[in-house]
Design a binder for this molecule. Structure first.
Ligand SMILES: [Zn+2]
Length: 507
């Protein structure tokens, strides 16, 4: 007869074991028993603010503009392995890009705003990119935002705050990575109040002396001393070829925050995230050992913060265009390549439905928007300086968003007109001022009131609703293809992604 105490002990053991499995969902066991191939080429795509609704909205839009029902699949969503993961930070349920970037780069949870260090901001955590470098892989970092922004920084920097831009750019200069491409460096001189200048070189902090601000050395000069070539024109970019090494390629034209202009605003012939991704492949694919390339679609997040659906969808499509470059590489090296596509968190609480539009979706209407909220807000600023009337401003709104263009679905209702008029009053200091700060924030966030209202109205006509100007905590999907992609199936945590890659690359 079984002793009661033994039975109790056994039950307790089983119970606690079940607890372990419940927490890891078997992902750790799967990782540790992996017997498959080691990928030689690893692509790690991170969409900032890129949740499942952003992905599905882009696919619905792609179908709608072709007058098709349902969705047109993006390349990333044809990948055979998918999983989901939680994103919470160590000290907050809704994460931010620094904590999420650190989790995705190092496999460790950390506190909000911390880059590549523990939650107490004492101990540095090595990223998989640094480990890959130390194991002889070539390493590249590409992003549509500035190169020292939180997500890319998590792969090479170790700093207590994501806002330590100068220190982060010094870490970049000392990283010894082989290729950086995309946006600029925010504060290469350590001067956070750098003088505004219209020249593109000044915009990138390239035209000033070596030492300023208490003798701090310009971080781009440090990079040069460390053997980097800094490229900041399309002509020089086009000359970069296989065999070149230690390149920092900064886009010729930068918009707010030293980022690439939004896809929706880009002029014909401008370099895109896909061009930077292809160039990174050309430079990195030059070694027996292989490479690790991280590519961030950074402005999905920014446009979702601003609740600008049309701009966000075009950023997602551009992100997928970059993934297509990796996919073409995978097709040429199918047994040696791994592509992982994920996101750091969702932004905006994007819902593919809205109370006012009931069960109706009309994604095609988003096609009417000409420029991003960023470009349109600067137009409004000009009109403000001219003290323009509501009718004049409304005309500009109609022109940018396509309202009242003769198509029935684009006609502004009385209620929508009143929302725009209220926004005009707030922005231009006329009529009744909204005194309640909570009410004001919930309507406009920290954005230009007319722009954000027009963006909301267009989204709602398309059947899209936003719940926040911040991030949300919804779990994020990962898609994978190639050697080791099987480890990315299941439901796990964001820290599992780099742990999987680390095991697969034998780092
Ligand atoms: Zn964000």
């Amino acid at each position: 007869m079984m002793n009661h105490r033994i039975f109790l002990l056994l039950a307790l053991c089983l119970f606690s074991l079940q607890g372990v499995f419940a927490e890891s969902n078997g992902v750790q066991e799967k990782r540790e028993s992996y017997q498959g191939k080691t990928p030689k080429y690893v692509f790690y795509f991170i969409g900032d603010g890129f949740g499942l609704s952003q992905s599905n909205a882009a696919e619905a839009y792609m179908a709608a503009v072709k007058d098709k029902d349902g969705v047109v699949r993006m390349v990333m969503n044809t990948f055979p392995k998918q999983g989901f993961y939680t994103t919470y930070a160590q000290n907050r349920f809704i994460t931010g890009s620094a904590a999420a970037g650190t989790a995705l780069a190092t496999g460790h949870k950390t506190s909000i705003n911390t880059i590549g260090m523990d939650a107490a901001k004492q101990k540095p955590y090595k990223s998989i990119a640094e480990k890959a470098r130390d194991h002889g892989y070539k390493v590249g970092v590409v992003t549509s935002v500035s190169l020292d922004h939180a997500t890319p920084a998590s792969f090479y920097a170790h700093r207590p705050s994501r806002n330590d831009y100068y220190d982060i750019s010094v870490d970049l200069a000392n990283s010894n990575f082989n290729f950086f491409g995309g946006g600029g460096i925010k504060h290469p001189e350590g001067d956070k109040k750098a003088k505004k200048s219209k020249s593109s070189a000044a915009n990138m902090g390239l035209d000033s002396g070596e030492k300023i601000n208490g003798g701090k050395k310009n971080s781009l000069q440090i990079a040069k001393k460390n053997g980097y070539t800094i490229v900041n024109s399309n002509d020089d970019f086009n000359k970069i070829k296989a065999g070149d090494d230690k390149i920092i390629a900064i886009n010729e034209k930068l918009s707010g925050g030293k980022s690439l202009p939004y896809s929706i605003d880009q002029k014909e012939g401008a370099l895109s995230l896909a061009d930077y991704t292809q160039k990174a492949i050309d430079v990195l694919d030059n070694d027996q050992k292989g490479f690790f390339l991280m590519v961030e679609g950074g402005k999905i997040d920014w446009s979702c913060h601003a609740n600008d659906a049309a701009t966000a969808i075009k950023e997602v499509i551009q992100f997928d265009n970059a993934i297509q470059k990796a996919y073409a590489f995978y097709e040429a090296h199918p047994d040696e390549t791994l592509i992982v596509v994920c996101g750091d968190h969702e932004t905006g609480g994007l819902g593919l439905g809205f109370s006012g539009s009931h069960y109706h979706s009309a994604f095609k209407l988003l096609e009417n928007q000409k420029n991003s909220y960023e470009v349109f807000s600067s137009k409004i600023s000009k009109l403000k300086r001219k003290k323009a009337s509501f009718d004049k401003v409304l005309k500009a709104v109609e022109e940018n968003y396509g309202f009242n263009n003769g198509v029935k679905a684009m006609k502004l209702s009385d209620y929508e007109l009143s929302q725009l008029k209220q926004a005009y009053d707030q922005s231009f200091g006329k009529g009744d001022k909204i005194e309640n700060k909570d009410q004001y924030y919930q309507l406009y966030g920290s954005y230009e009131p007319i722009t954000v209202t027009a963006g909301h109205i267009l989204a709602q006509k398309a059947g899209i609703g936003w719940t926040t100007f911040s991030h949300t905590a919804t779990p994020i999907p990962v898609r994978a293809i190639g050697s080791g992609s099987t480890l990315f199936e299941g439901y796990f945590d964001n820290t599992d992604l780099p742990k999987n890659i680390e095991v697969l690359m034998n780092l």
